[in-house]
Design a protein around this ligand. Structure first.
Ligand code: 13P
Ligand code: SF4
Length: 339
């Protein structure tokens, strides 16, 4: 069924306007709807699916996406879905992960600025050098890394499983790359769990999550009685220590769904706040919106462009050996999570 501007406006207008990208007035929705309907028609004709991370603009999440989620859930969808083409509205490393897991599918990346300060922090060659320095250590990488980095690592983790995988990994010496803040949270969590591991860290950082500051959290708690603070593990340990719950974007959503708190402060990219305002209209969200310019570089226009006429640079192209090596690293994560 075709979408109407009225239906889109009704869906997206609960988003509190924090920036011009959140202003879903009727005129904006009227402009978006023809593109949405064209994309939905073409994607059916081409047996394509659109996977979208929660952080991308809401018109993609609610207008054209077949699945929305965190990096773990979307990786699973890339395997499970029977499609010829995956359009990955997110950032490049997520598209690469989909290609590694489903090499027979065409994977297209519509975002024109699809980097990630974490994935861009370390190269495969740097991991090779580090391996020489730490020959007895297991190398565990965050999923926010390139295929070349995954190809050099033993297992990868996402924000939804990092603590359990590191705890259960059969090696007491670990090099964790590239997120230093997540690594510091990991060290703290292992100490809380009484797990003794030597964890060597690298100096990568997410430029969105590093901006949150513990004093701001303390101030907002003082201003809002019963406030529940929910944070992503890419935030600093000072911020994570202030949070009532720390988890992946999808875990944060489920936690909030089940919580009776009178108000929530979300310490992550503002795409999650937008989703929650739409999906839980009776809950109250306060504060603090930091945007990821890479995730927000995804547009309806570019999704239509890659469906109609993809350029070479929109395609995810990886070598067979790189796919094989990187797949081992991701498969080990699935084995450890799902047995
Ligand atoms: P999630 O897997 O928790 O969605 O995180 C991805 C990400 O890039 C967070 O900045
Ligand atoms: Fe990368 Fe941070 Fe953007 Fe997530 S929010 S994609 S970690 S830059």
């Amino acid at each position: 069924m075709e979408m109407t501007a009225e239906a889109l406006h009704k869906k997206l207008s609960p988003i509190g306007v924090g920036a011009s990208t959140c202003n879903y007035d009727m005129a904006t929705c009227e402009k978006m709807v023809p593109l949405i309907n064209k994309i939905n028609k073409l994607k059916k004709e081409q047996n394509a699916i659109i996977l979208a991370h929660t952080y991308v603009p809401s018109e993609i999440v609610y207008g054209v996406a077949d699945h929305v989620g965190d990096s773990y859930g979307l990786s699973k969808k890339a395997i499970e879905e029977d499609a010829d083409t995956i359009i990955f509205a997110a950032v490049r490393f997520m598209g690469e992960t989909a290609k590694i897991l489903s090499p027979e599918k065409e994977v297209l990346i519509p975002g024109l600025d699809s980097g990630c300060t974490l994935a861009d922090a370390i190269t495969g060659d740097q991991v090779i050098e580090l391996r020489k320095q730490y020959p007895d250590h297991a190398f565990i990488c965050y999923i926010n890394t390139t295929a070349a980095v995954k190809a050099q690592c033993d297992v990868c983790v996402t924000s939804s499983n990092v603590y359990d995988i590191v705890q259960n990994y059969p090696n007491d010496k670990i090099v964790f790359v590239p997120d230093e803040l997540m690594g510091l949270n990991l060290q703290d969590e292992m100490a809380r769990r009484g797990v003794e591991k030597e964890i060597v860290l690298f100096k990568g950082v997410c430029y969105v999550h590093e901006k949150y500051d513990p004093e701001m959290v303390e101030f907002l708690r003082g201003e809002n009685n019963g406030l529940e603070v929910v944070a992503h593990p890419e935030c600093s340990p000072g911020v994570a220590a202030q949070a009532d719950y720390v988890g992946s974007t999808e875990q944060m959503l489920h936690h909030i769904k089940d919580s009776d708190a009178p108000a929530f402060l979300l310490l992550t990219e503002c795409g999650l706040s937008a989703r929650l305002q739409i999906e839980f209209p009776d809950k109250t969200f306060i504060g603090s919106c930091n945007m990821c310019k890479y995730m927000k570089s995804n547009t309806l226009e570019d999704i239509l462009r890659v469906l109609e006429n993809p350029r070479e640079e929109d395609r995810v192209l990886l070598g067979d050996q790189e796919i094989k090596d990187a797949k081992g690293c991701i498969d080990r994560m699935f084995e450890m999570v799902e047995g």
